[in-house]
Each structure stands twice: as C-alpha cells, then as structure tokens.
Write a protein that binds this ligand. Structure first.
Ligand SMILES: [Zn+2]
Length: 135
C-alpha cells in the first residue's frame, strides 16, 4: 500500500485521513495542501483573515483613541483654560492616530496565520523574494 496522504480541512485547519469531506465539517471538501492551487487558496484565506484582524483592531482602537482624544481636548479646554480649538484638533487627531497605531501593533502581535505550516509563512510579499534569485 502506498502511504496515504492526509488532507486538509480549511474550516478546522487540520489534517484528516483521506476522504471526500471533513468528518467534523461535512460540507467542507478536504484539500491536498501540497497542491499549489490549494496553497494559493490557503494564502488567500490567511490574507483575508489578516486584513480582518488588522481592520478590527485598528478601527476599534482608533475609535477608542478618537473618543479619548475628544475627551482630552474637552478636559484641556476646561482645566487648562484655553479656547477650545487651540490644541483640540492636534489632541483629537493624535488620539485617533495613536489608537490606530496601538491597534496595528496589537493586530501584529495577535495575528497568527492559521495555515502557516502549509503555506510556508503565507507570504506573497517582498520577503519571499529576498535572495531567492538563482543567479
Ligand atoms: Zn473540518
């Protein structure tokens, strides 16, 4: 008997014994992760998940930063006794940008590609071109 290759379910991101569908997800056809088309699809799935993670964190913390910036601008006006608008725009924009950056960093720390072990890092960007030229 030839060695049976395990196949991947994209819903559970795990390998299963060869079958047509995942035993856990009966609607998920099992895929061969060594197939280039499948790998490309896995990279796409990871890319979309990455975008969702970054968008969620950056929008969420950006909005929180914006709210804090507005509150800080208001408090500055009340307690520092400057006319609203002197630093308000800088504080509010700073809050939103700071929140967005915090969101970016949080997303970078938290995001793990689910299919990394099959996509060899899941990168289609410049990092995969570094030193890869056989010249
Ligand atoms: Zn599954």
């Amino acid at each position: 008997m030839s060695q049976e290759k395990k196949l991947l379910c994209t819903a559970c991101a795990r390998l299963h014994n060869p079958a047509q569908f995942c035993p856990v997800h009966p609607d998920e056809p099992l895929l061969d992760p060594e197939n280039d088309d499948v790998r490309y699809e896995l990279i796409n799935l990871d890319d979309r998940a990455r975008s969702r993670t970054y968008t969620r964190w950056m929008v969420g913390l950006g909005a929180a930063g914006l709210a804090m910036g507005i509150a800080a601008a208001y408090l500055t006006t009340v307690f520092v006794n400057v006319a609203f608008g002197v630093f308000a725009r800088e504080i509010i924009v700073g809050g939103a940008v700071g929140g967005g950056m915090a969101g970016f960093i949080t997303a970078k720390v938290r995001y793990r590609p689910r299919f990394r072990q099959w996509t060899r890092d899941g990168q289609l960007d410049s990092s995969s071109f570094d030193g890869a030229h056989p010249e």
